[in-house]
Design a protein around this ligand. Structure first.
Ligand SMILES: O=P(O)(O)OC[C@H]1O[C@H](OP(=O)(O)OP(=O)(O)O)[C@H](O)[C@@H]1O
Ligand code: HPA
Ligand SMILES: [Mg+2]
Length: 179
């Protein structure tokens, strides 16, 4: 795997510091509220696990699985819900936890879908944001790093389902995409 890496964008230490600071903001903002963290699988799984352990408030979690990239580096534009939430979000203070916002199509779709389910509040927490590529507008309350327009992998994020287990965020060598 390591031989496929072009460069490391964020080390384990940098990610850890970022997660702690996002969790501190959430802990401050949601005092006395009834938080439901919703992780968007599969990409957000590692971020979600680390983030929830740093939030210093009682909370519940749920997951939704959505996919629009398949084995390509370009969004298909069609968001498929592969697994829906287990519980109702009506009346809940929901924070959607994402690994990356790129075109915004995935979250735009999920936000509209969630709004129709009547949450008390609905916010987005994303580790990475690639604003240059945005097609669908989004209001993002909690953002870790803003990144340039490059395809990245690691810390839960894949290329063709691989590299999710890298403990850092990295770019891949061009030859990997043409294999
Ligand atoms: O802003 P967008 O252009 O919609 O891209 C962001 C989405 O794409 C990735 O998921 P993907 O569809 O690859 O599924 P995965 O999480 O299972 O890897 C990522 O985890 C986000 O959910
Ligand atoms: O940069 C990315 N890497 C992996 N998956 C993605 N899905 C949207 N953007 C990306
Ligand atoms: Mg993916």
């Amino acid at each position: 795997m390591e031989q496929d890496i072009k460069s490391i964008l964020y080390s384990q230490e940098a990610l850890n510091t970022c997660v702690k600071s996002l969790a501190a903001r959430i802990s401050e903002d949601y005092q006395g509220k009834d938080i439901l963290l919703v992780g968007v699988l599969k990409g957000a799984n590692i971020f979600m696990c680390d983030l929830m352990r740093e939030i210093n408030l009682p909370l519940e979690i749920d997951f939704i699985a959505a996919s629009s990239y398949g084995s390509s580096t370009k969004s298909s534009g069609v968001v498929k819900i592969l697994k829906d939430l287990d519980y109702s979000i009506e009346g809940r203070d929901v924070i959607i936890v994402e690994d990356i916002i790129d075109t915004g199509l995935t979250l735009n779709y999920l936000i509209e879908n969630f709004k129709s389910r009547g949450p008390r509040s609905l916010e987005i927490c994303t580790l990475l944001d690639k604003p240059e590529r945005r097609i669908a507008p989004l209001k993002v309350k909690y953002r870790g790093f803003q990144i340039p327009d490059e395809f990245i992998v690691g810390y839960g994020i894949d290329f063709a389902e691989k590299y999710r287990n890298l403990p850092y965020i990295a770019t891949l060598k061009e030859c990997v995409y043409s294999k």
